[in-house]
Design a protein around this ligand. Sequence first.
Ligand code: MTE
Ligand code: MO
Length: 196
Amino acid sequence: MLGKFFKKPSGDNSRVPPGQSLTERFPVLTYGPVPTLKPENIEIRISGLAESRIFTWHELMDLPQTTHTYDIHCVTHWSKLDTTWTGVSIPTLMQHLKLDPAATAVMVHCYGGYTTNLLMDDFNRDLNLLAHTFDGKPLEKDHGGPLRLVVPHLYFWKSAKWVSGFEFLSIDQPGFWERNGYHMRGDPFKEERFDD
Ligand SMILES: Nc1nc2c(c(=O)[nH]1)N[C@H]1C(S)=C(S)[C@@H](COP(=O)(O)O)O[C@H]1N2
Ligand SMILES: [Mo]
């Protein structure tokens, strides 16, 4: 009865996936130790179904740089709107790779041993960044500095911190959290949190 007197909350709720709450903070979620890396020592190793090669930090910085502002969604129920990241977009990086056409999935490897998997269609998107800058400042170590992946359309566990390489695969294989019960894809708007 009273329902009709309540107003819907203002703001654009279509940006907040089901089961998520907004935060102004930027929580840190890391499983295991935090590696300390110097930018000049970073290498991104391309392996699997692609011509193997290594990108040094300087090679990455010489590629065109892209800035995007978008929302991020963590499976632990927080979302943060309008986060601004700068880095090399994945399609830009892909222009410099020689891929075997059989590659349909990617295993993302990280310094420290974390892994996460993505289908090629989820990996090779314009909004995905290999990011070194957050909010105009060098990305903090706890948030994956010097270099992390940002995949905004999937839950944030796919946005691997301290990336060390991309391994191209013909079959989608589970990464660290995916082997431990998380969903293989993780679309926040479909609440793909856990595989059941
Ligand atoms: N290398 C690595 N990347 C990682 C993680 C991790 O433990 N190690 N945690 C993931 C998870 S579960 C989340 S929610 C986000 C958290 O990023 P943040 O700490 O910058 O908020 O990083 C993801 N990337
Ligand atoms: Mo997470």
